[in-house]
Design a protein around this ligand. Structure first.
Ligand code: DQA
Length: 148
């Protein structure tokens, strides 16, 4: 099976973007961390980042085709700010039925009120939030417990 890790807007800036909130690891470091986690379970990794909402919708549709073929371990989605705005992402997750973990590096509930609402949470199987970049590895480890 394949684990699809999708990163939304501004996550390409990890490492230099507000390090007090997001830490000093880069997106390449996060990819390595995900790769190591996937290797533990014998899963392939498809790791992506896009600043464009439609690219993320397309990537969820692709994951949906893997899911339909019984080849998806799960999607880990850090939708960045689209978490708080995107009905299109919510509809894509709902429409494909992909098993998905919503992930945030920071504890969004300890931050501004506009980060407390998520369009993703109602269609996610699980939410991982506030564990820094280690949350990606924890989320991938968690996928082993899912029934499809
Ligand atoms: C984030 C939290 C979002 O509110 C923010 O817009 C991001 C990153 C996180 O990983 O903590 O871009 O998803």
């Amino acid at each position: 099976r394949t684990v699809v890790v999708l990163n939304g807007p501004n996550l390409n800036l990890l490492g230099t973007r507000e390090p007090a909130v997001y830490g000093s690891a880069t997106l390449a470091d996060v990819e390595q961390l995900c790769r190591t986690a996937c290797e533990r379970h014998g899963w392939a990794l498809d790791f992506r980042q896009s600043n464009h909402e439609g690219d993320l919708v397309d990537a969820i549709h692709e994951a949906g085709r893997l899911h339909a073929a019984g080849q998806l371990a799960g999607v880990v989605l850090n939708a960045g700010a689209y978490t708080h705005t995107s009905i299109a992402l919510m509809d894509a997750i709902k429409g494909t039925g992909v098993p998905l973990v919503e992930l945030h590096i920071s504890n969004v509930f300890a931050r501004e009120a506009f980060r407390h609402h998520s369009y993703i949470s109602p269609v996610a199987r699980a939410v991982m939030c506030g564990w820094g970049v280690q949350g990606y590895a924890l989320a991938i480890d968690g996928l082993q417990h899912w029934q499809y």
